[in-house]
Design a protein around this ligand. Structure first.
Ligand SMILES: *[C@@H]1O[C@H](CO)[C@@H](O)[C@H](O)[C@H]1NC(C)=O
Ligand SMILES: *[C@@H]1O[C@H](CO)[C@@H](O)[C@H](O)[C@H]1NC(C)=O
Ligand SMILES: *[C@@H]1O[C@H](CO)[C@@H](O)[C@H](O)[C@H]1NC(C)=O
Length: 283
């Protein structure tokens, strides 16, 4: 077969648009940023509003997936969306696991959260070394990613990106089920297909059933605590995401209904912790 222009274009479309799913879907990130923004202190809210580009109209949620959109342009940033741990060990250690596929240290989602936290601490300096708008958008996105259980997954299946399953009747990879399908199915079934209704329900639970826990989620002895979040993540991946799933599993109501509370919890934790982190940075 001779390659013609059509094949080349088709191939380019394939490589760029196959959802390799290295991130919560758009809704997952939107939810986390929308939960976080109303929880900001005056100082943090002012800094965020200064750093957001004007066309975001002070809505952090509208740019919470920016880091996914620039993944190809900023190719160096793609390993920063996740981290992989040794297969079936179900533990995480920064020194062992925070590296990219070439073994370069710190190049993982936990290292990136530390990196952009440190950069943002220079907010207010007369000549900042880094683009702090980008730092804010990266940090807000990666705080979301680290709370998606399969962004802290096993090495050989690339965070369940190579595990093919059926989500009800449709083919999907397990990673994508956790990025998007559980959230989308919940929205359709329980929230009138409105992401805002899911955000309101989470917001309400943060101030009621989760109010005591939420104080503990905020606590952290450093400016940001990605190692804690990553350890919880691999545990949730083992206990809930991978559990009982094999190649070609059909995942339906049993899986959906038992995993939905885990997704809700991780979204809520992500939102509360993003706000707490920004409050510490700009506080
Ligand atoms: C830290 O941020 C800079 C600026 O965006 C980037 O070049 C570098 O790769 C980042 N490193 C990590 C580990 O996040
Ligand atoms: C900072 O980054 C944003 C997003 O990439 C870009 O639009 C803006 O021009 C950059 N600002 C500076 C001062 O380089
Ligand atoms: C909120 O909490 C109630 C009571 O525990 C639970 O039934 C509901 O599913 C929760 N909703 C969300 C979105 O977490």
């Amino acid at each position: 077969m001779e390659l013609n222009k059509f094949h080349i274009v088709a191939f380019a479309v394939l490589i760029f648009y196959i959802p390799v799913g290295h991130s919560w879907g758009i809704d997952g990130h939107l939810i986390i940023c929308r939960l976080a923004q109303p929880r900001l202190s005056k100082a943090a809210a002012d800094a965020v509003s200064q750093l957001l580009p004007a066309d975001a109209e002070n809505d952090l949620g509208s740019l919470c997936s920016w880091a996914d959109r620039v993944k190809f342009r900023f190719h160096w940033s793609s390993p920063l969306h996740y981290l992989n741990t040794p297969d079936n060990l179900c533990t995480y250690q920064y020194n062992r696991d925070c590296k990219d596929e070439d073994g370069r240290k710190d190049r993982c989602v936990a290292g990136a959260i530390n990196n952009y936290t440190t950069q943002l601490l220079s907010y207010g300096d007369s000549s900042p070394r880094y683009n702090l708008t980008e730092a804010l958008l990266f940090l807000s996105h990666f705080m979301g990613d680290i709370h998606q259980p399969l962004h802290v997954g096993f090495t050989s299946d690339k965070g369940a990106n190579t595990i093919d399953v059926h989500w009800y009747k449709r083919k999907a990879v397990l990673h994508h089920v956790w990025d998007s399908s559980i959230i989308e199915t919940a929205e359709e079934r329980f929230y009138d297909a409105q992401v805002n209704e899911l955000i309101d329900a989470l917001q309400k639970n943060i101030t009621t059933v989760w109010s005591d826990q939420a104080k503990a989620w905020e606590t952290c002895d450093k400016t940001s605590c990605p190692d804690v979040y990553a350890s919880e993540g691999i545990k949730a991946a083992c206990d809930w995401a991978y559990k009982g799933v094999h190649e070609d599993s059909v995942l339906g109501d049993d899986y959906f209904l038992s995993r939905r509370p885990v997704v809700n919890l991780r979204l809520a934790q992500g939102g509360v912790r993003l706000a707490a982190t920004l409050n510490r940075i700009f506080g």
